[in-house]
Design a protein around this ligand. Structure first.
Ligand code: SAH
Ligand code: SF4
Ligand code: F3S
Length: 460
């Protein structure tokens, strides 16, 4: 691992300035997870740094960039669908530059497909090439040729990259990149490369700046935050990092994702419990499934028993904590019996929220070659049963909160006239009447009703 400092390419900035009469405009759209959203903000920062303005529609743009996700086939199809729709824009505006970056762009077969079948795509770059973007644009402008280099794995961490954040009160803060876990279904370790941690100094500096700028909610990001710190000159674990950040004075709260159950420790839970003002009482702890046999096939390195022990420990330390999880339905060879174990598990844990996915085969992963005898119809039926079970669990628990008054960060507009929506520290969402000027502030809301996983209330 090597940390380098971002350097603005003045040559690229000059080439870009010379190519346009007025400052060019960029449209950047990010798909996928929060890590991608954060990198989209960096992309906009770097583009602004070399003279671009940022616009909100592809029609106004001189440069369109899709920052893509490869986690499931559906995610990739969506991106291809959206790129296809750009062909017309390119025909109307020959000078338009179209680029693809992020996790899909890190796969050689995708780059080959773009070369062969998407002649109107001009630029690709992988997940760790954001700082090189101005040079790629300059190369394209000067040579008028497509710049579709085959992606390489790059392990450098680039610090001090400019950023243009989407929100003025909620911020993403990556603490590590990559993943070494190789869960057998997952493409992420192949596209995001080996795990590497930012230094505590760099994280603390960014964190302090965010607090100073008035950010209320700071979400620490990593594919597996609990393995933070491996390979640092002075080793430090995630719990130590959290404890260190909580010492920064200010009016903020911290969220983090994602925790891997194999590395989530009692120490982490102790640090959460000891800092209720600064760390949210919510833990996203993806279990994936409730069968030890399938967990083993998934290479997850924990058992249901271990997982439940963690949940019990957390509940004992923080009685009002809520849990959320990711579940994969229909992993190759998952039997009816395995699936029922997943239903049992979600009933035991009583998650507030579940993110559920039907298994999607990813070429190059180990699971892609495992026998998969169940049909898509079997899997969608299981999915429907899972969702119905979860609706019941969530409704019951959400309803139990009615009557309480909780601190809420106002995030935006609700679904009805004059309604706002906001998030409780435990990650539930509530709608209530209020003025738009409250967006980005914290208010006290009495919870008066619930419908499924959604609360309603009024400000007090
Ligand atoms: N690093 C995180 C999650 C990354 S991907 C973690 O380990 O929890 C987010 C979620 O997508 C995963 O938790 C998993 O539930 C789901 N997922 C990943 N690969 C998938 C695949 N091939 N098919 C279906 N769901 C998948
Ligand atoms: Fe994928 Fe597993 Fe890594 Fe999460 S921990 S990104 S699921 S390989
Ligand atoms: Fe998707 Fe890449 Fe995130 S594959 S989920 S955008 S790490």
């Amino acid at each position: 691992m090597n940390t380098i400092e971002y350097k603005r390419s003045s040559t690229a900035a000059e080439v870009i300035a010379a190519a346009y009469e007025t400052p060019p405009m960029a449209y950047v759209r990010s798909f996928g997870c929060q890590q991608n959203a954060n990198e989209g903000e960096r992309i906009k920062g770097v583009l602004t740094d070399v003279g671009y303005g940022v616009c909100n529609s592809p029609e106004e743009a001189d440069l369109i960039l899709f920052n893509t996700c490869a986690v499931r086939e559906h995610a990739e199809q969506r991106v291809f669908g959206n790129i296809g729709a750009l062909k017309k824009l390119k025909e109307q505006n020959k000078g338009l530059i179209i680029g693809l970056c992020g996790c899909m762009a890190q796969q050689p077969h995708i780059v080959e497909k773009l070369r062969q079948s998407y002649s109107f795509v001009d630029i690709v770059f992988g997940v760790n090439g954001i700082d090189t973007l101005p040079e790629l644009i300059a190369r394209k402008l000067q040579s008028r040729r497509r710049v579709l280099d085959t992606p390489v794995e790059r392990l450098d961490i680039v610090e001090e990259m400019p950023i243009r954040r989407d929100s003025s009160f909620r911020a993403w803060l990556p603490i590590m990149y990559g993943c070494d876990n190789f869960c057998t279904y997952c493409i992420v370790p192949y596209v995001r490369g080996r795990e590497r941690s930012r230094t505590p100094e760099a994280i603390l500096a960014e964190f302090r700046q965010l607090v100073q700028e008035g950010y209320k909610e700071i979400t620490l990001l990593g594919q597996n935050v609990n393995s933070y710190g491996k390979g640092l000159p002075v080793p430090m674990d995630f719990a130590d990092l959290l404890q260190m950040l909580c010492q920064v004075p200010g009016d903020y709260h911290i969220r983090f994702m994602t925790s891997h159950p194999k590395d989530a420790s009692h120490k982490l839970i102790d640090v959460m419990a000891a800092n209720p003002d600064h760390i949210c009482n919510h833990l996203h702890l993806p279990v994936q499934c409730g069968s030890d046999r399938v967990l083993k096939e998934m290479n997850r390195h924990y058992t249901v028993e271990h997982y439940l022990e963690l949940i019990d420990y957390a509940r004992a330390k923080m009685p009002d904590i809520t849990f959320s999880s990711d579940i994969i339905v229909g992993f190759p060879g998952e039997t009816e019996e395995d699936f029922e174990m997943t239903l049992d598990l979600i009933r035991k844990v009583k998650y507030m929220q579940l993110f559920t996915f039907i298994y999607s085969k990813r070429t190059g992963t180990k699971a892609a070659v495992m026998p998969d005898p169940y049909t898509h119809k079997d899997k969608t039926e299981r999915m429907a049963r899972l969702l119905a079970a979860q609706d019941e669990i969530a409704s019951e628990q959400v309803a139990a909160l009615v009557g309480q008054t909780r601190t809420v960060l106002v995030e935006g507009f609700g679904r009805g006239d004059g309604l706002l929506n906001g998030r409780l520290r435990n990650n539930l969402v509530v709608e209530f009447a209020g003025d738009a000027a409250l967006i980005g502030t914290e208010v006290q809301v009495e919870l008066t009703g619930s419908r499924m996983a959604m609360l309603s209330g009024h400000m007090v």
